[in-house]
Ligand binder design. Structure first.
Ligand SMILES: [Cu+2]
Length: 463
């Protein structure tokens, strides 16, 4: 709860900055503060060095520097995150730009200020608590000085598009296909104001949705990017053969490995990196789905979506601004800080929009990368007409299902017709995970259908 409150405090601060600073308000021109992206972001942590109270740089070029100079271009919107590293009460302020955070106390608590650096020159950033400047909590903000901008880069968007499902195979005969995968290690946007170093297939989490049919011969080329720091590989659950391919694809940075397999059995299968520590590679984002359609293809539907669930284990608590780091301890203890559909916080609520119209039939290809948590997949306000349990496409589907269990390294295919307009929230019904980011929204538009659902009053837009 604490982190949620702090997160809200940061959002209020953003509003405050907009109100205080006309230039900021102008630039912001109606954009919701929660989705606003600063031009440069610094993270500082309070601590003690040489017997003095200080700010310690946490990211990029200012990492481990005491009271680092913060160089920013003139006119930039600057965010400074402050993490409490010593447990005393602190804040962060740049008085010349009217930016002052709320007070934080307790180790790990965090806050942020955002302002526009409207004038050139040298200004101070300080902790405003009595005596703290004298104790050492003062540094320099240099605007337009031409010095190296030591801010953390904002991350790239790694959230996979849920509509990127490829073309149905239809009635075609078996073919030979080639799939090119690139394994990468990239700084991605985790949430508004925070980043994480993801490991991916083709820069997205999950990796590309691969679509083939039973009897196809599939060539897999897996290139590990030159700038990777780690070996990567790929294990397809659709492959019959050593390691599902992992035994022949362990690729060092800059290497490409290939193999060919025949799709023997229809189904919706997970693929993932299988390089030790496998759980770490999967958690960091290295998973995806391959669909092997049965002969004649799948029944036609109006909409198809590709969704995968995963967990992230970070040292920083959920909602902390700035750069999040992988926590081995949390991974081994199976205590995730973040749960995500399609890789990031807000991937399916803010970044990508899933839409359907009343009367249409929706199909979801749903898989769990994990690595550890079993999903209790559920769509609030809908009932699955058909569940292809455990993604078996050759068994008759279950009918009329509320919630379905999907194991890590497993998948399901669900279908339902949407009868009533509204906002349908996709969740794992282990709902603590909703508080850690696990949600998606299906927007259904079209005529009301009072015979199916009739409101006696206003519909709450938050549900
Ligand atoms: Cu890997």
């Amino acid at each position: 709860m604490k982190t949620t409150i702090l997160h809200k405090a940061a959002a209020v601060l953003l509003l405050g900055a907009a109100a205080l600073n006309p230039a900021f308000a102008e630039h912001n021109d109606g954009t919701a503060p929660a989705t606003y992206r600063p031009d440069v972001t610094f993270t500082l942590k309070t601590g003690i060095a040489d017997g003095k109270l200080v700010f310690i740089g946490q990211n990029g070029k200012i990492r481990d520097q005491v009271n680092p100079d913060l160089n920013v271009p003139e006119g930039a919107v600057v965010q400074i995150n402050l993490v409490n590293g010593d447990g005393a009460i602190h804040d962060i302020a740049v008085p010349d730009f009217g930016a002052d955070s709320d007070n934080i106390s307790g180790k790990g608590a965090s806050t942020a200020i955002v302002f526009r650096a409207t004038k050139k020159g040298e200004f101070k950033y300080i902790c405003t608590l009595p005596g703290h400047v004298a104790a050492g909590m003062i540094g320099k903000l240099v605007v337009g000085g031409g010095g190296p901008v030591a801010a953390e880069p904002n991350g790239i968007n790694v959230a996979q598009d849920p509509t990127a499902v490829g073309k149905p195979v239809g009635k075609r005969g078996p073919q030979t296909l080639t799939v090119n995968l690139e394994t990468t290690e990239v700084v991605g946007q985790l949430d508004d104001g925070s980043t994480y170093r993801y490991w991916t297939f083709n820069n997205k989490v999950p990796g590309p949705f691969i679509r083939a049919r039973v009897g196809d011969t599939i060539n897999i080329n897996m290139a590990n990017a030159k700038d990777s720091a780690h070996i990567h590989s790929v294990d397809f659950h659709a492959v019959t053969g050593p390691g599902g391919g992992a035994a022949v694809t362990q690729a060092a940075p800059g290497e490409t490995k290939s193999f060919t397999f025949k799709a023997l059995q229809p189904g919706l299968y997970v693929y993932h990196c299988a390089t030790p520590m496998v759980a770490q590679h999967i958690s960091n984002g290295m998973y995806g789905l391959i669909l092997i359609e049965p002969e004649g293809g799948l029944p036609k539907v109006d909409r198809e979506f590709y969704i995968m669930q995963g967990e992230l284990y970070t040292t920083q608590p959920h909602g902390t601004p700035g750069e999040h780091e992988f926590s081995l301890e949390r991974l081994l203890d199976e205590r995730p800080t973040h749960f995500a559909f399609n890789g990031t916080m807000g991937a399916l609520t803010k970044i990508h929009k899933m839409e359907a119209k009343v009367g249409e039939t929706v199909r979801i290809f749903f898989g769990v990368g994990g690595p550890n948590a079993t999903s209790s997949f559920h769509v609030i306000g809908e009932i699955f007409d058909r569940v292809y349990d455990q993604a078996s496409l050759t068994s008759p589907p279950l009918t009329d299902v509320q919630t379905t269990t999907v194991a890590p390294g497993g998948a399901t295919m669900v279908e339902f017709k949407v009868d009533v307009p509204g906002k349908y929230t996709l969740v794992d019904h282990a709902l603590s995970r909703l508080e850690k980011g696990l949600a998606g929204i299906l927007h259904v538009t079209g005529p009301e259908n009072p015979a199916v659902f009739k409101a006696h009053g206003e519909i709450d837009p938050n549900h």
